[in-house]
Design a protein around this ligand. Structure first.
Ligand SMILES: Cc1cc2nc3c(=O)[nH]c(=O)nc-3n(C[C@H](O)[C@H](O)[C@H](O)COP(=O)(O)OP(=O)(O)OC[C@H]3O[C@@H](n4cnc5c(N)ncnc54)[C@H](O)[C@@H]3O)c2cc1C
Length: 415
């Protein structure tokens, strides 16, 4: 194999291009936009080995139903009679149990740890990239006894699985965040989590790939495929046809649609979320999740990003002002010393997380075609898991031994 075509120039597609190009393969990346309109730019940029439990897990159904009745809640499914939505919800329901979590845990953990170590290798190799990679950990801040109980249980499970987690009292957290006047009951500190600036990462990857001779084709929407003898031979876009030797679909929340063009069933919905920046004054130092509100907080020097909500939807980017208000109002409830400024509508970013119903990514080949792989469905963890996904796909395409076990990620698991 000497040539590969990747659909989707988000961070997963670009890291796949990176590892394929490293192996001397000629790569073309095709994107329907300018490669910045997916989910990979305004997210919270957290690298989270602590998140080894898939979204489909016990308790999520009950919480989801409760949140559905609040306009400002962090989770929402717009109830509608749509076959794909109903099917996705049924599959989610079927996976939201302990057996699924026990089976998935080692796969997600190993993928995540591999990814984190690849990020640190990457940052060492390209110090000029300035991606802002730092290992400051992640604080799961809580205000209520009920959530404290859940987080302390999660910390115990983490430590039992070799992921360090310290339970901190109110005063201990306030020592870590001396300026922001934290009003919390306590926190769990996952000391091995890291964060980076996702926009800088994406920008550097683009420049690096172009310099390496990777072709990045923007404004080319994939519309259909031509095939012969069980192989995809051409990708047909609104900008013409691209001959194809090996095809990798990294089309984020749109991957289900691309899969249908390939005659495949890949259940996928978007988990829409929002973020906005604020001046980081008084300084918030450590990335955090405001757990009751599910708001992510990432300091980037003089600026800090607040992001959250998960609206299960199709692929529209419309901003729901009430949910943004929910994120905004959470800030000073936790950081009492922080007075946020209401974000102007044009500064609110929205992104579509590619969500599979079992909370596991789709990484690997499909039996339907001899030359098609998928790298998508990472939900809340696409940045975290992008380098490992790219490396695994490059290994699979080159028929090399995989760095970690991948069978649970098969894109054929629902076909
Ligand atoms: C508020 C928020 C916070 C988040 N925080 C984090 C975090 O802290 N850590 C983390 O790991 N993850 C986080 N995420 C999730 C993360 O952003 C996503 O999982 C990740 O960006 C997905 O990357 P991707 O490359 O798969 O998809 P995308 O970045 O969406 O890229 C997909 C690309 O495919 C292209 N495409 C689609 N269809 C076609 C077609 N038919 N033809 C051509 N091109 C096509 C699109 O134009 C797009 O550029 C967050 C998400 C949100 C919304």
């Amino acid at each position: 194999m000497s040539k590969a075509t990747i659909i989707g120039g988000g961070t997963v597609g670009l890291f796949t291009a990176y590892y394929l190009a490293e192996a001397g393969i000629e790569v073309t990346v095709i994107d329907q936009g300018d490669l910045t309109q997916g989910c990979s730019i305004g997210n919270a940029g957290m690298i989270v080995p602590s998140h080894f439990v898939p979204l489909a897990s016990p308790g999520m159904i009950g919480k989801g139903v409760k949140w559905m009745f609040s306009a400002k809640s962090p989770f929402y499914i717009h109830p509608r009679l749509d076959r794909r939505l109903v099917e996705w919800c049924l599959l989610f329901y079927r996976s939201a149990n302990k057996k699924h979590v026990d089976r998935s845990l080692p796969y997600l953990k190993n993928l995540s740890l591999l990814s984190k170590s690849l990020y640190f290798d990457f940052a060492r190799q390209y110090p000029e990239a300035g991606i802002g990679l730092e290992e400051k950990g992640l604080l799961m801040l809580y205000k209520t006894a009920a959530v404290e109980h859940e987080e302390v249980e999660m910390a115990a499970l983490s430590n039992a699985n070799g992921i360090a987690a310290n339970v901190l009292s109110r005063n201990e957290v306030r020592e870590l965040e001396p300026d922001a006047d934290l009003d919390v009951r306590g926190a769990v500190h996952f000391t091995g989590d890291a964060h980076l600036d996702p926009a800088k990462l994406h920008d550097f990857l683009k420049r690096h790939l172009l310099a390496r001779g990777v072709r990045l084709v923007g404004q080319a929407e994939v519309q259909r495929f031509a095939h012969s003898n069980g192989r995809i031979t051409h990708v047909v876009t609104n900008q013409g046809e691209f001959a194809c030797d090996q095809l990798v679909v990294c089309a984020g929340a749109w991957s289900g649609k691309v899969a249908r063009l390939l005659g495949l069933k890949l259940p996928m919905l978007s988990g829409k979320g929002y973020s906005f920046m604020q001046s980081n004054q008084p300084a918030i130092r450590t990335p955090a999740i405001l757990t009751e509100q599910k708001v992510a907080v990432t300091p980037f020097g003089a600026q800090v990003r607040f992001g959250g909500t998960m609206e299960i939807t199709d692929t529209d980017h419309r901003v729901n002002a009430k949910r943004v208000q929910g994120i905004y109002e959470a800030i000073s409830r936790y950081y009492a010393g922080f007075t946020p400024t209401p974000p102007a509508p044009e500064t609110i970013w929205s992104g579509l997380r590619p969500c599979s119903p079992d909370g596991m990514p789709y990484i690997g080949p499909t039996a339907r075609w001899q030359n098609v792989h998928f790298g998508t469905g990472h939900g809340m963890m696409g940045i975290s898991l992008a380098p490992a996904t790219g490396l695994l796909l490059a290994e699979q395409l080159r028929q090399k031994e995989a760095s970690v076990l991948t069978d649970a990620f098969s894109p054929d698991r629902y076909s």
